[in-house]
Design a protein around this ligand. Structure first.
Ligand code: TRP
Length: 340
C-alpha cells in the first residue's frame, strides 16, 4: 500500500454497476486506468448507489453487477495493490456529503446540466424524473471531492459533471474562506467513443451492439461478422469507404500493426479487397486482445471470496479517506455536532 504522505496526484473514477463492461470501456477508460495506477494514487468507485438513481426497480441487477464490474477491472489488469477498488454503498460519508452539497446547487442549474438533459431525453423522463437522478451530479461531486481527487478520467459526456463539481468546490471554498477542496480536472480520452458493431454512435449494452469483455471466441467472431461496413461496397472489386466503416474504426483502435492497417485501408479504397478479408484480420486482433482477459476473468470468478476480500479491503480504506473529508467539511461549515 502506498504511504499516506505520498505526493502522487489523486484520481477518482468509476462506473455505474448496471452491467458488465465491454470493449468500448476498454479503449475508452480501462486501458488508461491500468497505466495511470503506476503514476497516480488511484481510487476506483463501483457506483452502485448512483446506478440505483435510474434502476430503483431492479436493485438485484445493481448488486449483481458490483461483482461483474469488479471482475472486469481485475481481468484487464487493475492491480488491487496499486489501485483501491471500493463500493459506493459502503461509504456512508458520500451520502452525507451529498446532502450538504444539495444546499449549494439550484434545481435550475441541475436541469441545465447538459449531461442530465441528454440522459433525461434518452430515458424518456419528463417531470417524472426520480429526484435522485436529477441530483446525481451532486452525489458525483461528493464522490470526487470526498477523495480530494485532482484528476477525474471520464468520457466526454461526463465533462459537464466535472464542471458542476468545480462550481460546488468554489462555492464551498469561498464560503469557508480557504481552499479545503481541490478543483478537479477531467481527463478525457483522445480517442472518441467506440461505435457499436451496428455502426451507431456508441457501443452500449442496452443497444445490443456491444462486445462484452467476457465474450467467448464465437461471440467475437459473430460480432465481427455482423459488423457494419460500407453499404455501397457490394463487390470485392468496388472501391470502398474506410470512414464510418466500423471494421476499420476497430482496427484503428486495436491493431498495433499500423503498417498492415494502412495497407488494408489503401487496398480497400482502391477496390479489390473484400469485407471478409478485413474482418478476418479484425477477428484475429480482437481474439488476441480478449483471450487473456476472458481467461483471467473466468479464473477469478471461480474465487468469489478472493474478489470480495479485495472489495472489502478497498472499501474499508476508502471509508477512512471519505470520512476524514466529511469531518473537515462539517467542521468548516460549523455544524453543531455532538460527539457520540
Ligand atoms: N457517472 C459515472 C458513470 O456513469 C460513474 C461515477 C460515479 C463516477 N461517481 C463517479 C465517475 C466519480 C467519475 C467520478 O459510469
Amino acid at each position: 500500500m502506498p504511504a499516506t504522505d505520498e505526493k502522487r496526484p489523486i484520481i477518482l473514477t468509476g462506473d455505474r454497476t448496471t452491467g458488465p463492461l465491454h470493449l468500448g470501456h476498454y479503449v475508452g477508460s480501462l486501458k488508461n486506468r491500468v497505466a495511470l495506477q503506476h503514476t497516480h494514487r488511484q481510487f476506483l468507485l463501483l457506483a452502485d448507489t448512483q446506478a440505483l438513481t435510474d434502476n430503483a426497480h431492479d436493485p438485484e441487477k445493481v448488486r449483481r453487477n458490483v461483482i461483474e464490474v469488479a471482475l472486469d477491472y481485475l481481468a484487464v489488469g487493475i492491480d488491487p495493490g496499486l489501485s483501491t477498488i471500493c463500493v459506493q454503498s459502503g461509504l456512508p460519508a458520500l451520502a452525507e456529503l451529498s446532502m450538504l452539497y444539495l444546499n449549494f446547487v439550484t434545481v435550475a442549474r441541475l436541469e441545465r446540466n447538459p449531461t442530465i438533459k441528454d440522459e433525461i431525453q434518452a430515458r424518456g423522463f419528463g417531470r417524472d424524473i426520480p429526484a435522485g437522478f436529477l441530483c446525481y451530479p451532486v452525489a458525483q461531486a461528493a464522490d470526487i471531492t470526498a477523495f480530494k481527487a485532482q484528476v477525474v478520467p471520464v468520457g466526454e459526456d461526463q465533462a459537464p459533471l466535472i464542471e458542476q463539481t468545480n462550481e460546488i468546490v468554489r462555492r464551498i471554498n469561498r464560503q469557508i474562506g480557504r481552499g479545503l477542496l481541490p478543483e478537479a480536472q477531467a481527463l478525457i480520452p483522445a480517442m472518441g467513443r467506440l461505435p457499436g458493431v451496428d455502426g451507431t454512435a456508441k457501443m452500449s449494452k442496452s443497444q445490443g451492439n456491444a462486445i462484452p469483455l467476457s465474450a467467448s471466441s464465437e461471440e467475437i467472431r459473430d460480432a465481427v461478422h455482423r459488423m457494419y461496413t460500407d453499404p455501397h461496397h457490394l463487390r470485392v472489386s468496388d472501391p470502398g469507404s474506410v470512414e464510418g466503416n466500423v471494421v476499420f474504426t476497430y482496427l484503428d483502435a486495436f491493431d498495433e500493426d499500423r503498417a498492415t492497417v494502412e495497407d488494408l485501408k489503401s487496398r480497400y479504397r482502391r477496390g479489390g479487397l473484400g469485407d471478409m478479408t478485413v474482418k478476418r484480420r479484425l477477428d484475429e486482433v480482437l481474439q488476441a486482445v480478449l483471450a487473456p482477459i476472458r481467461e483471467r476473468r473466468a479464473a477469478l470468478s471461480q474465487d468469489p471470496a478472493f474478489v470480495l476480500e479485495i472489495l472489502r479491503r478497498g472499501t474499508r480504506e476508502a471509508r477512512e479517506t471519505t470520512q476524514e473529508t466529511l469531518d473537515e467539511i462539517r467542521d468548516a461549515l460549523g455544524l453543531f455536532a455532538l460527539a457520540a
